[in-house]
Design a protein around this ligand. Sequence first.
Ligand code: ATP
Ligand code: MN
Length: 477
Amino acid sequence: MARLRIKDILNTAPTEQTITVKGWVRTFRNNSFIALNDGSTNNNLQVVVDFNNTPETILKRITTGAALSVTGTLIPSLGKGQTVEVKASSVEILGDSDAEKYPLQPKKHSLEFLREIAHLRFRTNTFGAVFRVRNTLAHAIHTFFQERGFVYMHTPIITSSDAEGAGEMFRVTSFDIANPPKDEKGNVDYSQDFFGKSTNLTVSGQLEGELAAMAFSDIYTFGPTFRAENSNTARHLAEFWMIEPEMAFCDLNDNMNVAEEMLQYVIKIALDKNLEDIQFLSQRLEEEEKQKPQNERSELNLLDKLKFCLENKFERVTYTQAIEILRESNHNKKKKFQYLVDKWGVDLQSEHERYLVEKHFKKPVILIDYPKEIKSFYMRQNDDGKTVAAMDILFPGIGEIVGGSQREERLDKLEVRMKEIGIPVEELSWYLDTRRFGSCPHAGFGLGFERLVLFVTGMTNIRDVIPFPRTPKNCEF
Ligand code: ATP
Ligand code: MN
């Protein structure tokens, strides 16, 4: 008999029909009641075993973590918290789980402990909810772009360009690193390496994305990205997933509109498809926040925060305005920032971003027109000679979630800027060809997927929204 998923069973009218269900035991009470879960939902299916007619040898093997196949009849449930249950006629043990040794006991475990057993944490309510939401968001991102005619482009993971400057890179080599070939000067001779040159894992697919946008008009990437930055924060991973749309015939305003529309679209889909999971995560967060002092707790719960994001336009502010707000803030005057904001031109730290979003505007903020010195070479220069057409989207609890810009499409200006900051123009000749042949105004952005998942799930550490996090000194599983 075909297996039914627990999510569907829980929505089926019970008419004593015979069904088969398979899953893992969460708990087994009184030798009678199994809470069975198959990952389709956080809600368990109650299976009632007739212990008088079930062999002792089977009963003993129904332990937390064991995999079962159950056939029985679906009946209305008299118990609290469920409308249906299965009266088992047969219970087959597919895989035993030694209750003494099983690391996931039916009790509350800390997120830190669960990170150490990340291979099993999928089986908890919290991570069940997180990764179902993550799945929905990934699908919704594709749907958003596909519905709008964007072409999904696979940009390379191994690259030889080291000019983007987005972060420290991981080297890719097939050399015996204890004994690499050297040239006459004693330097490592990469011309003898696998690709005949030095290569790295990509920090961004943007430059290649721009090439494709100059043919398809609208493209997006959605792939893994690597940064060897040694920042052990709750918002940085060494391996993360990034979504990078790139759009021809598009300026900074259009760019902001697409990013805002996309974020609202995917959040709405997650609320529609995973409401139960998000409600569960909202409660989890409230519990977690009870540990914090009153003034550090968020004013809105997760559910309300997500709805709030859907109902309000993001605040659009220039970098210059933001610096004024920060400089004049009581926070700055009372020296509550670790990095004080004293002059125009400084880079914003995440404490500043969060102040603007959480304390000042109390909604998502798009900061535009940053000083050119603190942004990348490819961003379009504004007429003031000081700023570039950049945009960062800042979210409550997260800080920067999106970084983007209108790109510099004017060859002369781009080359001058590259020379100014010492980027080898010849090495990026392929990139500059887009400006030589049919250049046009274009723009794009990068959305860090895990930061989005953090926001929608209300988790507080980025290590808890990717299945197997890679961070400094940590690459388990
Ligand atoms: P941050 O200042 O937070 O380090 P960034 O300025 O280095 O970010 P970009 O180079 O603009 O970020 O990358 C685009 C997006 O990728 C960011 O807005 C963020 O959402 C995400 N991102 C960047 N670095 C990481 C990382 N190490 N781990 C997870 N996501 C990241
Ligand atoms: Mn960074």
